[in-house]
Structure formats: structure tokens, C-alpha cells
Design a protein around this ligand. Structure first.
Ligand code: GBH
Length: 653
């Protein structure tokens, strides 16, 4: 509680504040939901679907919310479940006509970019097999039951449906891979048979490789149209049963990790300062790991500037990728709104990531300095989060981002702004894990309009927990919270409450069906993560009277791959994580009156953790990827814990 008082000034949130959202009925599995104001732009207001009489009215829901708050619980229509993503769990990478995605292509081409692989074993560095959910989905459902999930968030693999990425409908028939359609139909139908509502993500980073080769993927303006066509197919084929759609998962990660920071995420473009020093930084293909120079003919912009194939990474690729992917999101929503939503009555939105920004504090710091840091925390949040969440809500980038980026920031046309505006007004998905410190960089001034560009845009602010190092990498201590099992994955439970307040205040009245936490979770601390900072972190938190956030742990918390009787199954650190985050979520709903409608734990099962491979385990279910050909699902203690938590904290559960 002590810590939270520090944030309240920043947030300026009063408990009595009106929530951003109008109430709505939740979709039950397989039933159609009646979204509130799904077509909320002014021109569209006539098209608003009418309540068919079977759904609770606004008043009913207001009552239900009030009752839940009075009892200190989440409301009975709360979306409760777990999340996964196609490439991380499905496997079957070349079965039944699936096309290659950028992840298949680049992990195979650059196996050294993935940790913990077994030399010579391609499956150990890729999602070739992963959890084999393609064949073992029934086993996954059993795990959902243990946590009492009423929702399941999964993603659809674009290249499983359209191997070359290009969906076309000719004479009423789509050029789709029917086997892929069969698979997703069976996933959706099984969920519904089990009273679990499907929450489908259309894109979780697995771009069809053919589109990368054709025009450089997200670097090209045309990607938005290919995405919208693919989305249209999905709405048409699955929308009778899927009533909750997420267009894009984490545009920041897809674009910044994929095209700038590299070689973290496919397609491993490295246009900025690379985190790991690479053997070959400037030219040619480096098969020992490193940046990819492989790219097809590409166009950056509508002006169709044709760029040469195999060109070295260019400055601002991440910025253009972000621009195009936000447009892709909006195009897909446009298709849904115009052709499907009225009849199908589902909800659609984007899922963004981003660390809530916590104003840096020091013992003895003046009130004035605290205020300055609070302001910088908001500025940093506008860069880290608002850059991606503003366009789909308000229709444009934040003013601060425009001013500081200058000409380096692409502009949306008026038409695009209109299309973007409200494109995530049904709900906003937020993946939350960690928080970052924020403060000004000492001695630096904000860039003047003449100096405004990408490089200068953040020079006077920490937008990371890495003091003065920009949006970078391994953090200089003290980290914000205890170190979980991935370099960036620190445990700081208040982040979820701080972030929910930030969104709620910023988008007041603009989001009709609340915020859904579409991911939250941790990797059990493991041998790959250095705990060198722990003492420094501990001393720091003690100095500011918040020792609980240092949360140092002993060796027995560290996961050992060879000890099945240890934390691999008895994952107390993860249980603690969920306890802390869920309590903060509950308080955000009950006390701050934030309209938060769902929580999806990441992840249902241990899975392919991208460049971190298989020994960074985020699952609530254990799988022995290397020794067990059956890939048996073994529930961890946290899975049962979550079921119990839901029972105790969600109304009428
Ligand atoms: C999610 O993203 C993904 O959606 C999911 O697929 C993944 O398995 C899961 O997390 C666990 O990793 O590079 O220091 O600037 C995680 C959100 C946000 C975490 C960006 C890493 C980068 C920190 N990510 N963050 S840094």
C-alpha cells in the first residue's frame, strides 16, 4: 500500500472517478454477445446492433458490477482464462499444407539466435514441434479445466490458412488451405463444447514468410491489405462462434524486437543498437547468428519507393513496421465492422504491451523532484505505450511523440485517422508483466523542434529501468522488482494497477467494454538469469521503505531441469506472482473503479519462448520437451491455485 500512495499523485485518480466504460453483457461460450456501442463512431451510430432481449441491459450490468464491488470481488461476467500463441504451441510446422512463417524461416536460418538449443536438433531451437497442440489440443483443454478457465486465448496461424499469405475470394470461394480450417474449427468447437469461450488472436508475430520475401512484410504499406483479407476470411469462417477477436498481438514487440533491437525476434532485422555484439554487423548473411539481411523487394510507403533486395537494415524500420501494422489492425476492424459485426455481434480490439512507468524515487528526494519524475513517467508511458494504444483509440499518435520524433514519424492521413479512431473501442487488450522506472536524464534538455528526430526523441528521459540508456537491455540495478526467469521479467505486482489507472484516465469514455488483461505471468527463476543485482535491489527497496518489492529468493527457488520434485512442478514463485498481480487487479476494479473485464494468464503450458527457447518456462503446465516423446502435460501447483483464486474472487463463479 505504501508504494501505491507514491503513484497516486502521478495517476491523479480518485476512487470515485467514473470508469471509462459503459457496461455490457459478457459472451458465454458459443453464444453471441451484445456489445455496447460497438459501432461507436458518430456516423455509424445508426448501425448499432440492438439488444435482442436475451442479454443483460446496461442497468443489469451496472447492478452486477456494484454487487461485486460491494463484496470486494470481480463481476460474474469476468473473462477468466489462459493464453497461448500458435507458433509457441502448435508445432506441425509443415503438416497439412501449412506455409512457412518468418519464425520457421529465420530460426532455421539462424539457429544460434535461439538459446538452449541442442546442437543438430532443429526442433530444439524452433516451434517445429513445440507442444504439438496441433495433435494434443484435448490435453490442453484438460489443463484449462483445472484452472477453471471460462475463456481461452489462442492465435491463428496465418500461413496455416494461407501458405503464401494472400487470401483471395474468387467466385465465392477462398483459396484457403482446408486442412487448416478444419484444425481451427475443431479447436473452436471443442472449446465451446467445454463451456470455454474462444478469444482468438489473428496475428501473434508469425507473418507468412512469403510476404516477407515478396515485399519485406510489415515494412511494406501493402501488408495492411493482405492482413485485412486474411482477417476477413477468419471472420467469415469462424465468426459465427468466435465473438472475441484480437487483431494484432503487441505491435511494439513485433516491430521493435523484430526490426530494430534484433536479433531477438524474427525477422531478426537489426537497425538500431543491437543487444548482443554480433560477429557480423554490417554486411552479408551470418549463419552463426545475428542480423538478417534477407529481404525482398520492398516499398516503405504509398509513394512506392522500391528498395533493393538484400539491402542492409535501414534506419526507422521499426517505426514503419509499427505504422503499417497499426493500419493493418484498423483495416481488419473496418472489415469486421462493415461486413460482420452487426450480424455476428462480437467484439474486436488490439492487444498492446508496455511497462507501466513508475516515477523514480530516492530517499530524501524533494517534492519538486518527485513531481518532475511523475511528469516524465507520463511522457515515457506516452512513448512506450501511447504510441501504440492511442492510434486505435483516439486516431493518432500522442502529441509528445509527434513533437519529439519530428519528420521521423510517419503521418496518418485524415482518412486513416478516421479509420483508426475507435478501432479498439470495443475493448483494449493489454499484456502486462513488468514496470519500468522513469525520470529525466540529468543534464539533458528536451529536443528543440529543429532537433526532433528518432535519435533525439528520448534523450532527456529514461523510458526504461535502465538509467539513461534508452529503451535498452540488461538493466542497471536496481531493477524494479525481483528478477523472474527472463532478463526483462521482473516481479512488480502494482504495475497492473498503475497501468489500468493510466489507461482508464487517458481513454475515459472511449472504450465501451473495458480493458482485458490478455497476458500476465512469469518464468520461474532459472539458471539462465543472473541474480547479481539482487543485493543492490534489496538495499535500494529497503532504503525507500518498500522491502517487499525486492523479494529476493534462495537457491531453492531456482528451477532445475533435472528435478521434477522441485519448482518445475511446485512453482511457488509463480503462485506468489499471480497472488500479487491478481490482488492488484482486484483492487483496481473494486477500489479504483476501473472497468477491467478479463484476465488471461500467460501461459497455459510451457512452450517455445521465442529466442529464449524451451528452458524459459512461463507455463502453468510442465512439459518435458527433450525427453518425453508424448509431451505429457503435467499441471503445476499454480494451475490449481488459479482455479481456487477464481472461485474465491469472482462472483457466482
Ligand atoms: C509476451 O510478450 C508475448 O506476447 C508472448 O508470446 C511471450 O511468450 C510472453 O510475453 C513471455 O515472454 O527488451 O528490455 O526492452 C512479452 C512482453 C514486452 C516483454 C517487451 C519484453 C522487452 C523488454 N514483452 N519486453 S526490453
Amino acid at each position: 500500500m505504501k508504494t501505491l500512495t507514491v503513484f497516486t499523485t502521478l495517476l491523479a485518480v480518485s476512487a470515485a472517478k467514473k470508469c471509462i466504460v459503459k457496461p455490457k453483457a459478457n459472451a458465454n461460450a458459443g453464444e453471441s454477445s451484445e456489445p455496447d456501442n460497438v459501432l461507436s463512431t458518430d456516423e455509424d451510430s445508426n448501425d448499432e446492433p440492438s439488444n435482442n432481449g436475451n442479454e443483460p441491459t446496461d442497468n443489469d450490468r451496472a447492478e452486477l458490477v456494484e454487487k461485486a464491488r460491494a463484496e470486494g470481488k470481480l463481476p460474474s461476467d469476468f473473462k477468466w482464462g489462459a493464453a497461448t500463441a500458435a507458433y509457441q504451441v502448435e508445432g506441425a510446422w509443415k503438416e497439412d499444407g501449412r506455409g512457412e512463417s518468418v519464425w520457421d524461416h529465420f530460426t532455421h536460418l539462424y539457429p544460434h539466435n535461439v538459446e538452449t538449443g541442442r546442437p543438430g536438433n532443429e526442433d530444439s531451437i524452433s516451434g517445429n514441434v513445440a507442444c504439438d497442440s496441433y495433435h494434443k489440443f484435448d490435453e490442453d483443454i484438460k489443463m484449462m479445466k483445472i484452472m477453471k478457465a471460462n475463456h481461452y486465448r489462442f492465435s491463428i496461424s496465418w500461413s496455416r490458412l494461407f501458405p503464401d499469405g494472400q487470401a483471395k475470394k474468387e467466385e465465392g470461394k477462398w483459396n484457403v488451405n482446408e486442412k487448416g480450417v478444419e484444425y481451427y474449427n475443431s479447436v473452436i468447437n471443442k472449446l465451446i463444447e467445454n463451456d470455454i469461450t474462444p478469444l482468438a488472436t489473428l496475428y501473434h508475430w508469425d507473418l507468412p514468410y512469403a510476404l516477407h520475401e515478396k515485399y519485406g512484410g510489415w515494412l511494406d504499406y501493402h501488408s495492411q491489405y493482405d492482413f485485412a483479407n486474411y482477417a476477413e476470411f477468419c471472420f467469415e469462417a469462424f465468426g459465427d462462434r468466435v465473438k472475441n477477436w484480437i487483431t494484432i498481438n503487441e505491435p511494439w514487440v513485433n516491430c521493435v524486437s523484430g526490426y530494430r533491437l534484433g536479433p531477438g525476434k524474427a525477422p531478426y532485422r537489426c537497425t538500431g543498437e543491437a543487444p548482443r555484439k554480433l560477429a557480423n554487423e554490417t554486411e552479408g548473411l551470418d549463419l552463426q547468428g545475428g542480423c538478417s539481411y534477407e529481404i525482398g523487394p520492398s516499398q516503405y510507403s504509398p509513394e512506392s519507393e522500391v528498395l533493393e533486395a538484400n539491402r542492409p537494415p535501414q534506419r526507422l524500420e521499426d517505426v514503419w513496421c509499427s505504422h503499417n501494422i497499426l493500419l493493418a489492425h484498423a483495416q481488419a476492424v473496418k472489415v469486421y465492422r462493415e461486413k460482420f459485426q452487426k450480424e455476428q455481434k462480437g467484439l474486436i480490439g488490439i492487444t498492446i504491451d508496455g511497462e507501466a512507468q513508475i516515477p523514480w524515487i530516492e530517499p530524501g528526494m524533494s517534492e519538486e523532484q518527485k513531481k518532475i519524475n511523475e511528469e516524465y513517467a507520463n511522457l515515457a508511458a506516452e512513448f512506450r505505450i501511447g504510441w501504440y494504444s492511442d492510434p486505435p483509440v483516439t486516431g493518432d499518435y500522442p502529441q509528445s511523440v509527434k513533437e519529439r520524433m519530428g519528420k521521423d514519424l510517419p503521418e496518418f492521413t485524415e482518412e486513416q485517422k478516421a479509420m483508426l479512431k475507435g478501432s479498439s473501442s470495443d475493448f483494449l487488450g493489454w499484456n502486462t508483466y513488468t514496470a519500468h522506472w522513469a525520470a529525466p536524464v540529468e543534464g539533458q534538455t528536451p529536443p528543440t523542434p529543429e532537433e526532433a528526430n528518432f535519435e533525439n526523441s528520448k534523450r532527456d528521459m529514461w523510458d526504461d529501468n535502465c538509467r539513461g540508456r534508452g529503451d535498452g537491455w540488461t538493466c542497471i540495478p536496481p531493477t524494479l522488482g525481483s528478477q523472474a526467469g527472463s532478463s526483462w521479467n521482473t516481479k512488480y505486482p502494482p504495475t497492473i494497477r498503475v497501468g489500468l489507472n493510466w489507461f482508464s484516465k487517458r481513454y475515459e469514455g472511449l472504450i465501451n467494454n473495458g480493458i482485458v488483461i490478455t497476458e500476465n505471468g512469469c518464468a520461474q527463476p532459472n539458471y539462465k538469469v543472473s541474480r547479481a543485482n539482487d543485493e543492490v535491489t534489496k538495499a535500494y527497496f529497503e532504503s525507500i521503505n518498500q522491502p517487499e518489492y525486492a523479494d529476493t529468493y534462495d537457491e531453492d527457488m531456482i528451477e532445475r531441469e533435472d528435478n521434477l520434485n522441485g519448482t518445475l512442478i511446485h512453482d511457488t514463485y509463480r503462485i506468489d506472482w499471480y497472488k500479487g498481480y491478481l490482488e492488484n487487479l482486484r483492487l483496481a476494479f473494486v477500489e479504483d473503479k476501473i472497468d477491467v473485464r478479463g484476465y488471461m494468464a500467460w501461459s497455459l503450458v510451457d512452450n517455445y519462448e521465442w529466442e529464449n527457447g524451451y528452458e524459459t518456462r512461463f507455463g502453468m503446465t510442465y512439459i518435458d520437451f527433450y525427453n518425453d516423446p508424448e509431451l505429457t502435460r503435467v499441471p503445476k501447483d499454480s494451475l490449481t491455485f488459479l482455479g481456487e483464486w477464481a472461485q474465491a474472487n469472482i462472483q457466482d463463479f
